[in-house]
Each structure stands twice: as C-alpha cells, then as structure tokens.
Design a protein. Structure first.
Lengths: 115, 111
C-alpha cells in the first residue's frame, strides 16, 4: 500500500540496550513526525522534520533520544540505553506540508517493551 | 500538565444510543482535529475545525468547535459497534507546527 509503514511492529529489549525504529513516510510528503503513546495516555510529540530544514527536537524527552531523516524520506528514531519508562508505542506520521491544519497520516506504530 | 483534557476517559454504551465526548483546554487554538484510533493501528483523521462556533457533520458524527476556540465536542447519534475505538482530539497553537493530543476517550459500543 501507499501508507506510512513502520518497522519493526514489535520490539522487546533489555534495559540498557540501544534500539532503532524505522519509518517510511508516504512518497512525496515533506513533513515527518514522531510521537510516543504510553498506555492510557494520548500522543506525546517527539520531533518533526520538514524538507531540508533543521528538525524541531523540542519534544525529545532526553538526550538518549535522537532521530534522523535521510534523503528527505526514511527516518530512524534511536533510543540509547533504554529504560523501562521508554516502553510505549512509537508512532510516525507524515504530511504534505507543515501546519496544524494539514492531515497527518499515521503508521501502525512500533510497540517497544523494555524489560 | 495536560494541555487538552478529554472526558469521559472511558465510555461503554449500547448500540443505538447517543453520546457526546468533550475536549477542553484553557488555551486558544488556531485549529482542532479529531482522530479515531483502532487497536494496532495509528490514528486516522476524522475532521479539522478552524472557526470558532464551527459545526461539521460526518454521517452520524457531529463536531463542534467552541466559540472561543478553547474546546470542542464530538456527538455520535445512534452509535454502532463500528464506532468502537479511541477518540483523540488534537490541537495546534498559532505559529506552532506540531499537534498537542488529548488523553483520549475509549468508546465501546455493545451490540
């Protein structure tokens, strides 16, 4: 399909290990967002990319979290030295452009469990 | 501090009943969106409201944006089991590009 895809769908890791989560946005979408959804909570904004501009990292909870977007397409969210409180569903979304009124298309998420 | 508060947090009703869920804030927003999320999937946009007092209808769903653009409601008429899901409101403050999401209302419609 032509939707946003994320991999892996599930990831179980041990505390202290590093993990990489991948997002493939819809082709042609210039904006890409990462969110975190903890159990019983709404979505928490982490970071967004728009074209070749510097990303807005204001939502990243600590310096253990980083993300990159290569070639304006695929993005990778990296969590170093994972902690149990990092357990959540990590959602990626893309949109044609930036702005609160544009439609964001979400992927199915990666469920991360830190033991 | 949660920017957007949704109520109720959980709602379980019988098929055919009507319901309203609310999204409230003390902040003013330039736009507000409602999403529905089903298990194992990402949220899907239902509607965007922009103007204070705006009402939009999507089949049996009616969305309203408060006059002061601080709150919104979603009313479902004659709920169906297919309406079951997590309903999320999300808002954008003027000049910001990211969305703030509410805590969500988990709706279960019992056949």
């Amino acid at each position: 399909g032509a939707g946003v895809s994320q991999s892996p769908s599930n990831k179980v890791t041990e505390k202290g290990k590093d993990v990489e989560l991948r997002c493939d946005p819809i082709s042609g979408h210039t904006a890409l967002y990462w969110y975190r959804q903890s159990l019983g909570q709404g979505l928490e904004f982490l970071i967004y990319f728009q074209g070749n501009s510097a990303p807005d990292k204001s939502g990243l909870p600590s310096d253990r979290f980083s993300a990159e977007r290569t070639g304006g397409s695929v993005s990778t969210l990296t969590i170093q030295r994972t902690q149990q409180e990092d357990s959540a569903v990590y959602l990626c979304a893309s949109s044609l452009s930036l702005g609160g009124q544009v439609t964001q298309y979400f992927g199915p998420g990666t469920r991360l469990t830190v033991l | 501090t949660q920017l957007l508060e949704q109520s109720p947090q959980f709602l379980s009703i019988q098929e055919g009943e009507n319901l309203t869920v609310y999204c409230n804030s003390s902040s003013v927003f330039s736009s507000l969106q409602w999403y529905r999320q089903e298990p194992g999937e990402g949220p899907v946009l239902l509607v965007t409201v922009v103007t204070g007092g705006e009402v939009k209808k999507l089949k049996r769903l009616t969305f309203q944006f408060g006059d002061a653009r601080k709150d919104s409601s979603l009313h479902i008429t004659a709920a169906q089991p297919g309406d079951t899901g997590l309903y999320l409101c999300a808002a954008n403050q003027t000049g910001a590009n990211n969305l703030f999401f509410g805590t969500g209302t988990r709706l279960t419609v019992i056949p």
